[in-house]
Design a protein around this ligand. Structure first.
Ligand code: ZN
Length: 201
C-alpha cells in the first residue's frame, strides 16, 4: 500500500460496503501531486465525487451481458436484418484514462433468437464503461451478441472522438475514428455487409 494514509479522512474506512478499496485517499494524493491544495473549499469533497464518478464510468467491470439480456430474448419470427443505429456511448481510453465517446451502430440477422431493442444500448455500456481501446470495445460487443443470439451474422460499427487526441498530443480536433467488427454473413456476404453500411449513411 502506498503512503497515502495521511490523506484519508478519519471517517473513511479502508474498504467500502461492497468490499472495493476506497479510492478517495489515492485520488487526494493525485490531486495533491498535481500541485493542488486538496484542503481548499472547492476540492474538499472532490475525492469522493471523483471516486463515485469513476465507479460509474467503469461499472462495466461488474456488469454481465447474460444478466443484461435476461428476460429480453425472444423467439425469432423471421430472418430479416435488424439495424439499431446511433447508440450513444462514453468510454475511457486505457492509455490516458480520458473519455472517448460517440455512437455505435449494430446490425444482426437473427436465426432463432431476437433481443429486445432497448437492450442493445445496455450491452454497449457493459463494454464502454471500462478502460478501453475502441477496436477492442467494438469486437467485444460483436462477440457478446454473437454469443447470446447465435445469429446468422452480427455487425458492429463505432464512431468516436477521443479527448486524448483533442486535448493533448496531436490536437486533431475534428477527427473521428471508425472501427468495425463483422461476423457470420456480414463477413462472408458482401451484399449483406453493404446493406448495413448503406443503412448508416
Ligand atoms: Zn488515449
Amino acid at each position: 500500500m502506498r503512503d497515502h494514509a495521511h490523506l484519508l479522512r478519519p471517517s473513511d474506512p479502508e474498504f467500502d460496503e461492497v468490499g472495493e478499496v476506497r479510492l478517495t485517499g489515492l485520488i487526494a494524493e493525485l490531486i495533491e501531486g498535481l500541485g493542488e491544495d486538496v484542503a481548499r473549499e472547492g476540492l474538499l469533497k472532490s475525492p469522493e465525487r471523483i471516486e463515485r464518478s469513476l465507479r460509474f464510468l467503469t461499472s462495466g467491470y461488474t456488469a454481465d451481458v447474460q444478466t443484461v439480456v435476461n428476460g429480453a430474448l425472444f423467439e425469432s419470427e423471421g430472418s430479416e436484418m435488424v439495424v439499431v443505429k446511433g447508440i450513444e456511448f462514453y468510454s475511457l481510453c486505457e492509455h490516458h484514462m480520458l473519455p472517448f465517446f460517440g455512437t455505435a451502430h449494430i446490425a444482426y440477422v437473427p436465426d432463432t433468437t431476437i433481443l429486445g431493442l432497448s437492450k442493445f444500448a445496455r450491452v454497449v455500456d457493459v463494454f464502454a464503461r471500462r478502460m478501453q481501446v475502441q477496436e477492442r470495445m467494438t469486437t467485444q460487443i460483436a462477440d457478446a451478441l454473437e454469443h447470446v443470439l447465435a445469429p446468422k451474422g452480427v455487425a458492429v460499427v463505432t464512431e468516436a472522438s477521443h479527448l486524448c487526441m483533442m486535448m493533448r498530443g496531436v490536437e486533431k480536433q475534428g477527427s473521428t475514428t471508425r472501427t468495425s467488427a463483422m461476423r457470420g454473413i456480414f463477413r462472408d456476404d458482401g451484399r449483406t455487409r453493404q446493406e448495413f453500411l448503406d443503412a448508416l449513411r
